[in-house]
Ligand binder design. Structure first.
Ligand code: ATP
Ligand code: MG
Length: 531
C-alpha cells in the first residue's frame, strides 16, 4: 500500500517536481553543516556553536557526543529548523538551503525527535502527529493517522495508544511518541536527541534495530547521547563537541570509550561509586494497599504496599506507563488517592498537599523536569530557592535576606556545576537539558532530606554529573536518608539500590534484594513474565 502521507510529503518539496526521490547512494553526503556559528546575543559572552562543521552520510549512524551544555541540542535544532544559525551554511544533498522552520526541514527530509518533547499536551498522539503533515487541515481524516500510528508502533515495538492525550502520558511514553512522530514522516535524515534516556532496555534495543535498518536503507541518522556503550554499539562515526567547538569526528571503529571521554571532558577518572554499609533506620515511607487512578479513571496503581527505611535505596524498575508516574505523584501529594494509606515517618499523609509533603521532609525529583521541576520563566536563583526562600535563615520574620540567598544559590551552582551566565538574569528556560537536571538535584538535595522520591535522577546528565549524583545519593543513604529511586535504567537501578521492586500494570510484581537477582531476571519481570 502506498502511504498517502508519503505522497504528500514528497510533493512540492526539495524532492523535486513531485518525483520520487532517487535512490540514496551509500556514503552520499545527505546533510552538511559548514562553519556553523550560534550566538545568543546579550546572554552569553561566548559562542554557543563556534564554527562547527558536521555532516551526515547516507547509510550511517553518526553519534554526537559532548558534556551537558556542549551545544548538541542547539546544533540539532539548527539542522531541523527550530533555530537559525548566526552564520554558516547548510547543504542538503549538495545544494545550499536555508531552513527557516521545522516544516521546511521536514520538507527537505530532515526530522528530529526532541530531547524535551515538543508535543502539544492537550492533544492526542495522532493529533500531534497530524500537525506536522504539511497539507493537514481540519478535513484531514484523523483515522488515517491513527491507523498508521498503530501500524508504526507495532512495527517498531514502541507501544502507544494514538488516541491517548499527551498530558496523560509518562515521560517515557512521550518519548516514544516523539520518536514515532519523527519516523512517521520517513525522513532522509533522522536526528534523535537522547532518545533512550527514559526508554526501557528492550525498547532501546528495538530502537537500535530500527535505526540500523533505516541506515541500511540509505538514510542518515544523527544520534545524540551520553551513553558511550550506545555509541560504540550503534554508530559508524562519532563527533565530539566541547563548549561549542568540534573536537573531532572519528570512525567509531578507530576510537575507544576512553578516548571519547578524554575528548569530551579531558583527563578525569570515572570510577564506579562504592556502596558502603548504611545502618537501616526507621520506616520513612510506607504504602498500604495504595490505589491511584490514572487517566480517564483507569486504575494506575493497583494495590501497592511497600516500605522504605532510612539508609536504604529502594529501586522501582518498570517500563514507563506501568503506574510509576501515578505512584510518584501520589506519594508527593500531586495526585489524589483512591484507596489505601501513605505514611511518612509514621504520619498519615494520605490526601495531603504537595506543600505538606515537602514540609514533612520529602524531596521530589520529578520525571518531567521542565514542566514540573522548574518555573521556566523564572531566574536560576529563584528556581534554586523556590523550596527554601521562605524558611530561615533565608527569610527572617518575613524579610528575605537576598544576599544570603545569592550566596547560597551561587554555592549550589558551583557544587553542582550548573552552566549559566548569571544567577538572577538567566531564565531556567535557556539551560540545557542536563543543566536543568542539575538545578533540580541541587534544590532538592542540598538540605540532605530524610526521604527522597527520585524519578530518573540522572536522566540526561553527562558522565561526570552522573558520577557526582551517584556519589551524592550514596552519601545521603549513608547519612540515613531513605530513597525511592524510579528508573528504567537497570544499570542505574542495580548500581544504586539495596532492594529492587518491579512494577507491572500497576502492581508490584516482586521485591528482591539487589544481590539476589540480576538484570535479566528483572528485565523479564518488567516485561510481564511471571517468574
Ligand atoms: N534560547 C537560548 N538562549 C540562550 N542560551 C541558550 C538557549 N538555548 C540553549 N542555550 C545555551 O546553549 C548552550 C548549549 O546548550 P545545548 O542545549 O545545546 O546543550 P547540550 O549539549 O544539548 O547539553 P545537554 O547534554 O545538557 O542536553 C547551553 O549553555 C545553553 O544554556
Ligand atoms: Mg541537549
Amino acid at each position: 500500500m502506498v502511504n498517502p502521507l508519503r505522497k504528500l510529503l514528497f510533493r512540492g518539496s526539495s524532492r523535486e517536481n513531485g518525483q520520487r526521490p532517487t535512490k540514496l547512494e551509500k556514503g552520499e553526503v545527505l546533510l552538511r553543516a559548514e562553519g556553523i556559528v550560534k550566538e545568543f546575543p546579550g546572554v552569553w559572552t561566548h559562542l554557543i556553536l563556534d564554527h562547527v562543521t558536521f555532516d551526515v552520510r547516507a547509510g550511517e549512524i553518526h553519534a554526537l557526543l559532548g558534556e551537558n551544555g556542549a551545544g548538541k541540542t542547539v546544533m540539532a535544532n539548527i539542522l531541523s529548523g527550530f533555530y537559525m544559525p548566526s552564520s554558516g551554511q547548510i547543504h542538503v544533498r549538495g545544494r545550499q538551503v536555508s531552513i527557516n522552520s521545522p516544516k521546511d526541514a521536514l520538507r527537505l527530509g530532515i526530522g528530529m525527535a526532541h530531547q524535551e518533547t515538543t508535543l502539544v499536551r492537550p492533544l492526542t498522539v495522532a493529533e500531534n502527529i497530524a500537525l506536522g503533515i504539511s497539507e493537514f487541515d481540519l478535513s484531514y481524516p484523523l483515522s488515517k493517522v491513527e491507523r498508521r500510528v498503530r501500524e508504526l508502533s507495532q512495527r517498531y515495538g514502541l507501544e502507544v495508544d494514538p488516541r491517548a492525550r499527551v498530558e496523560d502520558l509518562s515521560a517515557g511514553e512521550q518519548q516514544r511518541v516523539e520518536i514515532l512522530k519523527t519516523l512517521y514522516y520517513e525522513p532522509y535524515v533522522l536526528i534523535l536527541d537522547e532518545p533512550t534516556s527514559v526508554l526501557a532496555p528492550q525498547e532501546a534495543e528495538q530502537l537500535f534495530s530500527i535505526l540500523r535498518s533505516m541506515a541500511a536503507d540509505g538514510r542518515g541518522i544523527v544520534y545524540i547521547t551520553h551513553k558511550l556503550e550506545e555509541v560504540m554499539e550503534l554508530s559508524d562515526r562519532v563527533s565530539v563537541l566541547r563548549l561549542g567547538k568540534l573536537v573531532a569526528t572519528k570512525q567509531t571503529s578507530q576510537t575507544t570509550k576512553e578516548e571519547l571521554v578524554r575528548m569530551m571532558i579531558g583527563d578525569v577518572a570515572i570510577t564506579p561509586t562504592k556502596r558502603g554499609r548504611a545502618k537501616k533506620g526507621e520506616v520513612a515511607l510506607e504504602l498500604r494497599d495504595l490505589h491511584v487512578l490514572g487517566a480517564e479513571g483507569s486504575p494506575a496503581v493497583d494495590g501497592v504496599s511497600i516500605q522504605v527505611r532510612g539508609g536504604e535505596i529502594l529501586g522501582i524498575a518498570g517500563v514507563a506507563g506501568n503506574g510509576q508516574r501515578e505512584l510518584v505523584e501520589a506519594i508527593t501529594g500531586m495526585r489524589g488517592v483512591e484507596a489505601g494509606r501513605i505514611l511518612i515517618f509514621g504520619e498519615d499523609m494520605t490526601g495531603r498537599s504537595p506543600r505538606a509533603f515537602a514540609d514533612q521532609g520529602v524531596s521530589h525529583i520529578p520525571e518531567e523536569r521542565r514542566r514540573i521541576g522548574t518555573a521556566e520563566g523564572m531566574s536560576l536563583a529563584e528556581n534554586l530557592m523556590m523550596r527554601d526562600y521562605r524558611l530561615p535563615p533565608f527569610s527572617k520574620r518575613g524579610v528575605l535576606d537576598r544576599s544570603l540567598i545569592s550566596q547560597h544559590a551561587q554555592r549550589m551552582v558551583s557544587e553542582f556545576g550548573i552552566m549559566a551566565p548569571d544567577l538572577w538574569d538567566t531564565e531556567a528556560r535557556i539551560l540545557s537539558g542536563g543543566n536543568i537536571q542539575r538545578l533540580i538535584l541541587a534544590r532538592e538535595l542540598w538540605r540532605e532530606p530524610r526521604l527522597i522520591i527520585a524519578a530518573h535522577p540522572t536522566y540526561g546528565l553527562d558522565l561526570k554529573a552522573v558520577q557526582h549524583t551517584h556519589e551524592l545519593f550514596s552519601r545521603l543513604r549513608g547519612k540515613g536518608s531513605a530513597i525511592l529511586l524510579v528508573s528504567e535504567d537497570l544499570e542505574e537501578i542495580f548500581a544504586m539500590s539495596d532492594r529492587i521492586a518491579v512494577m507491572f500494570r500497576g502492581k508490584i510484581v516482586d521485591v528482591k534484594g539487589a544481590r539476589e537477582t540480576n538484570p535479566d531476571e528483572i528485565g523479564l519481570m518488567m516485561a510481564g513474565s511471571q517468574i
